[in-house]
Design a protein around this ligand. Structure first.
Ligand code: NCD
Ligand code: ZN
Length: 420
């Protein structure tokens, strides 16, 4: 048996414990355990591996931006041990054949466990796709590489979803509320895709929700209000939690939905830190610096998977966020909502996906220390606490911010998602 020792987040609190691991699974948890291989982390903190249910690793077809190796390398180093990858690739992951090919193609490159979203644009064919994906994704409005679903098709899609066991993540912006604006900066992008678009989209979803719908990257106070009292699950990203349209980022800060005002960012933070937003996800959406040169033509999106846990663990240490909320939003809730039963917590019988943090090691985020193919981050210069080590099913896959063992990732087993 292998033993990992440290201050583990177990049963809702940090406790000095030994985790006994065998066959990739936590077999025993105790004050003292004997084992032939020991990793003693002293008073460092052991948390469950993060589950990022929103990444764009760009395979196939867009691998000049990122690929499954670099994307999952960044994930492993950043303490993310499971990812669900989005379908807006070339070709898109929207047929059984494309998903099967994608799975085969990326299986040998995955450095963390992974699953796939199937893109859907109509109510037909959900059942055919179900066996090839972990969840569905629909865009209500056009975004990078994706047209929006026709407005009158959405109710039929939500109806068809009821016959499926999978969850549907929705990019919730209603294009009927978009404005034709010439875009030179972040404020223009915000005007072009205003808060009312998010609000209207969420209201349309809420009218027909059935507990299987997940609202991606919540970005506005109005969107939050529309979500209130519904059974929709929701997600926040580090960018919408920490940045506003006044950030000096130019096109690097151009994302969909847009960065908004301080009022919005603060409202999203308050809802998130008080546990009213289910999930923290990165929406890791890399594009090259060259593609981001000119604001008006720059594709929306920014890389985030490696810094998400690190930035938020820093917020925990600053007293702005509770550890409970962070672990819930990045580990246990995503596992529940997307049916990843063996993941999401430190417990006997669960996968030994463990991330080790030394809370005293506060560093500045620097692009050159990250592993993104695109070579930049919207959080340059921000304080963060990166993992010392990441274990994936008991294997030490990353250490001291470098990949230690490559290609240990596996296709995530399907499970039944829980209805909130
Ligand atoms: C996404 C991307 O680049 O794939 N960009 C983004 O701004 N979120 C597309 C999307 O999901 O909107
Ligand atoms: Zn996205």
């Amino acid at each position: 048996m292998m033993v990992i020792e440290g201050r583990a987040y177990y049963e809702g609190e940090l406790q000095h414990l030994c985790l006994g691991v065998e066959g990739g699974v936590i077999k025993e948890i105790g004050k003292t355990l004997k084992g032939d291989e020991r990793h003693d982390f002293g008073d460092m903190i052991l948390l469950p591996g993060g589950i990022d249910v929103h990444v764009h690793f760009r395979e196939p077809g867009l691998t000049h931006k990122e690929d499954f190796h670099t994307g999952t390398e960044s994930a492993a180093v950043g303490g993310i041990t499971s990812v669900l990858d989005m379908p807006n690739t070339l070709p898109p992951g929207d047929t059984a054949d494309a998903l099967l090919k994608k799975r085969e193609r990326v299986s040998g490159k995955a450095n963390v466990d992974f699953g796939l979203f199937a893109g859907v644009q109509s109510s037909g064919g959900l059942r055919d796709l179900e066996g090839y994906c972990h969840a569905f994704k629909v865009y209500m409005a056009e975004s990078f590489g994706q047209p929006g679903i026709p407005a009158d098709e959405l109710p039929r899609l939500l109806q068809a979803l009821k016959a499926s066991a999978r969850r549907l993540t929705v990019h919730a912006e209603d294009p009927a509320r978009f404005r034709a604006v010439e875009e030179h900066g972040l404020r223009d992008h915000w005007s072009a895709r205003p808060d009312q678009a998010e609000e209207a989209a969420i209201r349309r979803l809420a009218a027909r929700e059935n507990g299987q719908v997940h609202v991606a990257h919540l970005s506005s106070r109005l969107g939050l209000a529309a979500l209130e009292g519904t059974r929709l699950s929701s997600e926040a990203t580090p960018m919408h939690l920490l940045l506003t349209l006044d950030a000096p980022l130019g096109a690097l800060g151009k994302v969909n939905p847009p960065l908004r005002t301080r009022v919005d960012t603060e409202a999203i933070w308050r809802a998130f830190s008080s546990g009213r937003i289910d999930v923290l996800a990165s929406d890791h959406a890399p594009h090259t610096l060259e593609e981001k040169e000119e604001f008006s033509t720059a594709p929306p999106g920014a890389p985030n998977v490696e810094t998400t846990y690190a930035l938020m663990f820093r917020m925990v240490k600053r007293g702005k966020l509770s550890l409970k909320t962070l672990v819930s939003a990045l580990c246990s809730r995503p596992a529940e909502l997307f049916g990843l039963g063996s993941k999401g917590g430190i417990r006997v019988g669960g996968d030994a996906d463990i991330v080790v943090f030394n809370p005293r090691e506060v560093v500045k985020v620097r692009s050159e220390d990250l592993h993104y193919k695109c070579g930049w981050t919207p959080f340059e210069g921000w304080e963060a606490i990166f993992p010392k080590a990441t274990f994936l099913r008991g294997v030490l896959v990353a250490r001291e911010r470098e990949l230690e063992r490559a290609r240990k990732g596996r296709w995530l087993p399907f499970g039944e998602p829980q209805v909130p």
